[in-house]
Design a binder for this molecule. Sequence first.
Ligand SMILES: Nc1ncnc2c1ncn2[C@@H]1O[C@H](COP(=O)(O)OP(=O)(O)OP(=O)(O)O)[C@@H](O)[C@H]1O
Ligand SMILES: Cc1cn([C@H]2C[C@H](O)[C@@H](COP(=O)(O)O)O2)c(=O)[nH]c1=O
Length: 203
Amino acid sequence: MRGKFITFEGIDGAGKSSHVEWLAEQLRGKGLTVQVTREPGGTELGEKLRELLLNEPMHLETETLLMFAARREHLARLIEPALARGEWVVCDRFSDATWAYQGGGRGLDKSKFLALEHWVHDHLHPDLTLLFDLPLDVARERIVLANRVLDKFEQERADFHERVRQAYLDRAHGNPARMRVIAADNTLENIRKQLEVIVASIC
Ligand SMILES: Nc1ncnc2c1ncn2[C@@H]1O[C@H](COP(=O)(O)OP(=O)(O)OP(=O)(O)O)[C@@H](O)[C@H]1O
Ligand SMILES: Cc1cn([C@H]2C[C@H](O)[C@@H](COP(=O)(O)O)O2)c(=O)[nH]c1=O
């Protein structure tokens, strides 16, 4: 039987990465084999593209095409083979991030996004997407506290991140069967309680 594909999404600093490995462990505890991966990245080539994407200034359409190029490689080399073997894949970001960052944040034409999504993975969409939603100032505070070097996207202005957040919420509104909004302005413990209930519904 084909495995399931779960993705995590949210604005920078939403807290999703703090739960990715935890969720994988919960699933492994149920006897499942789980691959944890991320975008952009997840393959040798994808990680090289990630370096460019997170650090080099580039035209919006170049950025979008490289996101989808990395995704094509990721699907072909990791995601699709794992799902075909019956393994589950937990991925930190996927195409909803392109919708939100390049579409919402930077203003990419929606028809261009839809054409690329159709071309690259019309046959495969996540079974479940967990959207970590919280006010921008809380996410910003977490990033400041973490004291990390900011990448190209994290250096964007607040209005960019507000548009990304709103685009994510619009996407969730349009895909209620797949996307679940997590109230992420909460303790790790309370967030995990929300995740347990949602994940139990697809196991
Ligand atoms: N619920 C929480 N309460 C307080 N701090 C949190 C919470 N969740 C995560 N953090 C902290 O916030 C910071 C950002 O968390 P994390 O890296 O998980 O976010 P992220 O959504 O993956 O961010 P990015 O996409 O920017 O990498 C980390 O320092 C983490 O320890
Ligand atoms: C997949 C994808 C990602 N991004 C952006 C979103 C984040 O700012 C970075 C990735 O960093 P993270 O710490 O691993 O979350 O990339 C994007 O703009 N478009 C995409 O499709």
